[in-house]
Write a protein that binds this ligand. Structure first.
Ligand code: AMP
Ligand code: MG
Length: 322
């Protein structure tokens, strides 16, 4: 089966094509355009306009790069939510139009679950992981339990990426600030106390950003502040992931989302996994960020589980797990 996936929940519009290989999948193509505001955060309507401008060309490019033909596509999947309303509607409309014109079935998938499914799809040994999903807006610990995907823990305020970007803006850094903070942190080493907020398997970061900003105003070393932010937030994320692994008795952990590029985060989660005799996985970077191939993989696995599209094919900014 060949599945085409369309991603458009936030800043990125992407189209990917995968072929299923029983329990795994092979990525044929994965093209993406990222909306980057000139300053400030993402304006949902402007991001949606960006997506509408590029989606038709991305679909054509993805099919061309895959060496398949439009007639080879068996299933169209799109990110139904969660995300920004105008962006979701743009991607959903494109998916519907494609499904109608090709006369092929369509399926809506959960964006966060798609980050997990692509890991299962492209990494052979990764079968049933706990996913630590760390992106700009989202931070969740997700796993399959008792017949469905469930969120075991999540941020109670801002996502880890937003936390890094917020502090980065204070320093005058350009978006995305995560990679620059990682570089600064590698030159720091003196730990400064920061709030460590965990409630059960949930985390919170906004108090930490305020405290870090106060250190900056009082003249503390930027490198040490960045180092301390990474140590504190990543330790909290590793701790809640370990709790979810203990609770679900799973032996695999998978990273996803843009912050999964961070070496210190990878290193902490890997160490935790090794200490539990569990296995650690992280997909290649182009499959960690928001992309169409992960949506195609999620559509494929959803169909394998016997889920066809329900009548409600509308985009849903607050979509929960299913
Ligand atoms: P996403 O929302 O999944 O596309 O991820 C974007 C987020 O990842 C932004 O908040 C970036 O600052 C963050 N990010 C990207 N690379 C890194 C890195 N090397 N270390 C930490 N955060 C990163
Ligand atoms: Mg994402």
């Amino acid at each position: 089966m060949i599945c085409l996936g369309i991603e458009g929940t936030a800043h990125s519009i992407g189209v990917g094509i995968i072929e299923d290989k029983q329990d795994t999948c092979k990525v044929f193509s994965n093209v993406i355009k990222i909306y980057r505001p000139e300053k400030g955060g993402i304006h949902p309507r402007e991001a949606a306009n960006h997506h509408a401008t590029y989606i038709a060309d991305l679909i054509k490019e993805s099919v061309k790069k895959s060496k398949a033909d439009f007639s080879d596509v068996d299933l169209i999947a799109f990110s139904k939510g969660p995300g920004l309303g105008p962006c979701l509607r743009t991607a959903a409309t494109a998916a519907r139009a494609l499904s109608l014109s090709l006369d092929k079935p369509i399926i809506g998938v959960n964006h966060c679950v798609a980050h997990l499914e692509i890991g299962r799809g492209v990494i052979n040994e990764c079968k049933d992981p706990v996913l630590l999903y760390t992106s700009g807006a989202n931070t969740q610990v997700i796993a399959f339990a008792e017949g469905r995907y469930r969120v075991f823990g999540e941020t109670l305020d801002i996502g880890i990426g937003n936390c890094l970007d917020k502090f980065g803006r204070t320093l005058g850094l350009e978006f995305p600030c995560g990679p620059k903070i990682e570089e600064l942190a590698s030159r720091g080493g003196r730990y400064l106390d920061l709030p460590y907020s965990i409630k059960g398997m949930d985390v919170a970061f906004s108090g930490l950003v305020t405290a870090a900003e106060q250190y900056y105003t009082s003249g503390k070393s930027v490198e040490d502040i960045c180092y301390s932010i990474q140590e504190t937030t990543f330790a909290a994320l590793t701790e809640v992931t370990e709790r979810a692994m203990a609770h679900t008795e799973k032996q695999e952990v998978l990273l996803g989302g843009g912050v999964a590029a961070n070496k210190r985060l990878r290193n902490m989660v890997q160490t935790m996994a090794e200490e539990r005799n569990a296995r650690f996985f992280v997909p290649p970077k182009d499959l960690c960020i928001d992309n169409g191939a992960m949506v195609a993989a999620a559509g494929h696995f959803r169909l394998l589980r016997g889920n066809r599209a329900d009548l409600d094919l509308n985009a849903n900014p607050n979509l929960s797990m299913s």
